[in-house]
Design a protein around this ligand. Structure first.
Ligand SMILES: O=C(O)c1ccccc1N[C@@H]1O[C@H](COP(=O)(O)O)[C@@H](O)[C@H]1O
Length: 215
């Protein structure tokens, strides 16, 4: 690197929907920045607070635990927070800003992207969000392994972007080069089956992000 070139800020990487010790260990070993636990009971990746607490204990310092919720009752979030030391909350449903910020934790607000969604207006409704997580619109709220048209992402959103939706080891480098998100989030694209991660796919995903960071 010459004095005229600058290293890019590295794209943060979240691996979501973990249910097994081996998958947590694989994600950490591969260099994930954050691990996500799904507290949405209809999801095949759902974990109980007790199970998530066991898995979080394996995390080294500075790997963040993220809790994913869809339209939760406050009592559900409080019950999880009483048992699981989560650094960040992820709201993937139709929660309002005041519903997201009542827990006094950094949070990501998911936008389910489709052509008729005004993302600038959407992001403006969540000024307290740490980032807006962009996911494809799918039935059932998320985790569907579906990409969306990245050209729908406007420049100059007020918050940082976490890009998700159908990312995998084959497409994430292009996604990072085109969107330059603050972070990427993946579930289906690093799985052998729903809720069962594949260590080789996790490694390939993270290597692809890092190669794009260096372009
Ligand atoms: O993973 C789930 O089961 C899930 C359920 C409900 C809402 C969101 C969910 N996952 C999140 O969806 C996006 C995209 O995931 P994928 O990579 O396309 O499978 C991601 O942010 C997951 O955290």
């Amino acid at each position: 690197m010459t004095s005229a070139t600058h290293a890019r800020t590295k794209t943060r990487i979240k691996i979501c929907g973990l249910t097994r010790e081996a998958d947590v260990d694989a994600a950490v070993a591969a260099g994930a920045d954050a691990i996500g636990f799904v507290f949405y009971p209809p999801s095949p990746r759902y974990v109980t607070p007790e199970r998530a607490a066991e898995l979080v204990r394996r995390l080294p310092p500075f790997v963040a635990a993220v809790g994913l919720f869809v339209n939760p009752e406050p009592a559900q979030v409080e019950a999880v927070l009483a048992k699981v030391p989560l650094e960040v909350l992820q709201f993937h449903g139709d929660e309002t800003e005041s519903q997201c910020r009542r827990y006094l934790r950094p949070y990501l607000k998911a936008a389910r992207v489709r052509p008729d969604l005004d993302l600038v207006q959407y992001a403006a409704a969540y000024p307290s969000a740490r980032a807006i997580l962009l996911d494809a619109f799918v039935d059932g709220y998320g985790g569907g392994g579906k990409t969306f048209d990245w050209s729908l992402i406007p420049a100059g959103l007020a918050q940082s972007i976490v890009l998700s939706g159908g990312l995998d080891g084959d497409n994430v480098a292009e996604a990072v080069r085109r969107v330059r998100p603050a972070a990427v989030d993946v579930s289906s694209g690093v799985e052998a089956a729903k809720g069962i991660k594949d260590a080789a796919k996790i490694r390939a995903f993270i290597a692809a992000v890092r190669s794009a960071d260096n372009d």
